[in-house]
Design a protein around this ligand. Sequence first.
Ligand code: GBH
Length: 474
Amino acid sequence: DSAVEPAAGRTFPPGFLWGTATASYQIEGAVDTDGRTPSIWDTFSHTPGKVRNGDTGDRATDHYHRWREDVALLADLGVGAYRFSLAWPRVQPTGRGPALEKGLDFYRRLTDELLEKGIQPVATLYHWDLPQELEDAGGWPERDTAERFAEYAALAGEALGDRVRTWITLNEPWCSAFLGYGSGVHAPGRTEPEASLRAAHHLNLGHGLAVQALRSATPAGTQVSLTLNLHQVRPLTDSPEDADAVRRIDGTANRVFTGPILHGAYPADVQEDTAHLTDWSFVRDGDTETIRQPLDFLGVNYYSPTLVSAARGDGDHGADGHGASSHSPWPSGEGVAFHRSPGETTAMGWTIDPDGLYDLLLRVRDEVPGLPVMICENGAAFHDYADPEGAVRDPERIAYLHGHLAAMHRAMEAGVDLRGYFLWSLLDNFEWGHGYSKRFGLVHVDYPTGRRTPKDSARWYGQVARSNSLPAGS
Ligand code: GBH
């Protein structure tokens, strides 16, 4: 009878939330339906040379029309929660003024169906699809964008606060600021280091203002946070020079966000490391108090660690994963070289390293004791293929997940107050600059027909979610 009992020590606490995650532009399609206007990602993906194969989100997985089928897939999996994002240009097409009811209706239908199936909706307000009109007015480097974001948060909270009890303001502001305005590999594709720092501040400010707006627009007991792609930054050697490279990268990878959001101040060393670009006068009196709002948990996204050293002057700056762009996403990264972490990699070329997740979670435990944590994204792309019978075998994804869930369990045994896990992603989808060439889904999507086929990993993860434990013997 040991076959029916989960292996000792691999069971999660009762109520642990198992979910999957998606984002609007990556799955919805229907980009000009029901009054939606272009976002910066429509503009970017339609600009030749920006996205692999010229792919766009015009159709994506057609989730805007297949949402009912997708909720049924979630119900079949047996997960308790689903994290999705609202498309700002559906809800408030110009980024200003009143909400568009037709746009909100889509999310009302979706969340009603989720609740009907007993799946808790977790809504992200901003997963990178800024209304193009706001970018035309300057985008995140402008302070006004933070104010506009708060207004949008209030509209969303008022309309959906009766259904959605957990909100994420921003997804990975590091990507929005430093890939969007620094390296330019994400929309809007600007390569302006000074603007990328202003963007980071106004994203932080937008977060703080949006938390306030959500708190007043939604019922008491609503959970509010944001999700950060915290980087686990490691040194190549134990030299003091490499330790300083870690400090520099940790500065704009992590602390430029956690500083004001969790502790109410920008770190002095980050301001010094970037003093050649800006005097930070865009930070006004009172801003950091606005940014530091009480949070109900911290969202953390983790895929792979970051390995750095002091540059040795031999041109070894590669392996930072940012493609052919010669513009750095690291305004604090002077004199830093990036390296590929040792070990096997996913189809993204990202090293598989569950210890990175463990270390990151312990860091959060020590830095903000008492704050619950949710993993809002973790997952992997592999070269999935359909076998002759039409099944999709993805043993590497199962191994990746197993390793990371085990690391998570270890971290909980070490005292990390982890409340939930959202696997990226429910469906294969538009992987930003990589277009449709990378597949992160538990469910395979045949793009020409839209046909969904759960992969082996979907059955494996469903078993984990339903049993609230890792498989016996593992
Ligand atoms: C998330 O971004 C996004 O939220 C989601 O939309 C996306 O589909 C998913 O992950 C998969 O990409 O320089 O080689 O160390 C994650 C984006 C991934 C960006 C890791 C920085 C560093 C790779 N981040 N990446 S490397």
